[in-house]
Design a protein around this ligand. Structure first.
Ligand SMILES: NC(=O)c1ccc[n+]([C@@H]2O[C@H](COP(=O)([O-])OP(=O)(O)OC[C@H]3O[C@@H](n4cnc5c(N)ncnc54)[C@H](OP(=O)(O)O)[C@@H]3O)[C@@H](O)[C@H]2O)c1
Length: 351
């Protein structure tokens, strides 16, 4: 790795490389892994920016990272390889990368859906590495912790999918009929290469419905929870953050107490899921604003008085619990480290 000019971390235990290091998720992986006490970041790739200092693209890392970007075809070996590349392209390059690292964590959509036909339906192209899909363990510790302990191929779910699964998973047996999800997302969800649609003049002040029906992440939520889900998504005035409002109907005989109990059972020992159950205040329901930069997903709910209608709300930072933070949490589990290592910080308030 000739572009390597220095390393980060005082007492490294494993060497991590990042493919797609110039993007938003790649930048967040760099931020978290450089701060991780048992990881040394040895390389981050960029096609366009090979040879340029990483902190020219991610200026928040000035003084913390002396690396330069590596060209993808010069990426050497590492203990762990994290892929933050676009979907559809990841499945083409991943097979050739299998021997380059003992552990691979993919953050794209390409190895999340078990059924290649479902993938083709949502992503518009046939899967080019269908035989590999089954080898990936979902990077969702709250539901796959035991499998993650041995997993060498990990696929982190989508940001809105993570919020939806964490919100609805524990309630699947209490719900009757399909769930309608209204999702809101900040502009970073579209990535650094989003182009004209994300120009300040076009995006600022907009409430842009970008998926009125069938948002791709609904397939992941259905796959994981078994629930029929219909999901729309809107881009709102925020850089980071995802918030889901999930509208459902409680099964006959189920009520608020059952919901509370289901969440308590599922999350009382979870380090990064908080059930928000406040009666008053600006933050009585999950709100991405106070989660920014943190690895928490907050979940809350309201049941219609004397009714069966329930609205479940979930929020997270799309680049952290919805991407890079989840990847680090999975890595901690796989390597037998404390699950909170390198992730022990709250969001910002005020911000
Ligand atoms: N943004 C989010 O909130 C979020 C959350 C969860 C998951 N994800 C997923 O994470 C992945 C990265 O998302 P992102 O938002 O970081 O996207 P991004 O900002 O657009 O970054 C994509 C990165 O991939 C590189 N790249 C593009 N085409 C490539 C190719 N053909 N071969 C190799 N490298 C290529 C780009 O840099 P170069 O062109 O310089 O190589 C860039 O560094 C996507 O699959 C996305 O769906 C995103």
């Amino acid at each position: 790795m000739p572009e390597l000019t220095a390393t980060a971390g005082a007492c490294p235990a494993i060497r991590a490389a990042i493919a797609g290091g110039a993007g938003y998720v790649g930048g967040e992986l760099l931020r978290l892994l450089i701060g991780h006490p048992l990881v040394e970041v040895v390389a981050a790739t960029s096609t366009r920016l090979a040879g340029r200092r990483i902190d020219t693209v991610h200026p928040n890392l000035r003084g913390l990272c002396d690396l330069t970007f590596t060209a993808p075809d010069r990426l050497g070996e590492a203990d762990v390889l994290l892929l933050a590349l676009p979907h559809r392209q990841t499945m083409d390059v991943l097979p050739a990368m299998l021997g380059t690292a003992k552990h691979i964590v993919d953050l794209s959509a390409d190895f999340r859906l078990r059924d290649p036909a479902v993938y083709a339906g949502y992503y518009g192209v046939p899967h080019t590495a269908p035989d590999l899909i089954g080898a990936f363990v979902p990077g969702l510790p709250e539901r796959h912790r035991a499998e993650l302990k041995d997993a060498d191929l990990i696929s982190v779910p989508g940001c809105m999918a993570t919020a939806g699964i964490l919100a609805l998973g524990p309630l699947a047996h209490l719900l009757d009929g399909p769930v309608e999800i209204d999702a809101r997302s900040g502009s970073s969800g579209a990535g650094a290469g989003a182009g004209e649609a994300n120009l300040h003049a076009e995006r600022s002040g907009a409430m842009r419905v970008f998926a009125p029906t069938s948002h791709r992440h609904q397939a992941e939520i259905t796959q994981e929870t078994g629930l029929a889900v219909r999901m729309s998504a809107t881009g709102v005035e925020a850089v980071r953050g995802v918030q889901l409002l999930c509208h459902g109907t409680l099964a006959a005989g189920a009520g608020e107490a059952n919901v509370r109990q289901a969440y308590r059972r599922a999350y009382q020992d979870e380090p990064f899921v908080r059930v928000v159950a406040k009666r008053r205040g600006n933050y009585r329901f999950p709100e991405p604003k106070i989660l920014l930069g943190s690895n928490f997903c907050d979940v809350g709910f309201a049941v219609e008085p004397q009714g069966r209608r329930i609205v479940v709300i979930a929020a997270l930072d799309n680049l952290v619990k919805g991407a890079a933070g989840a990847a680090v949490q999975c890595l901690n589990i796989r390597l037998g480290w404390p699950e909170r290592l390198g992730l022990e910080f709250p969001g910002l308030h005020p911000n």
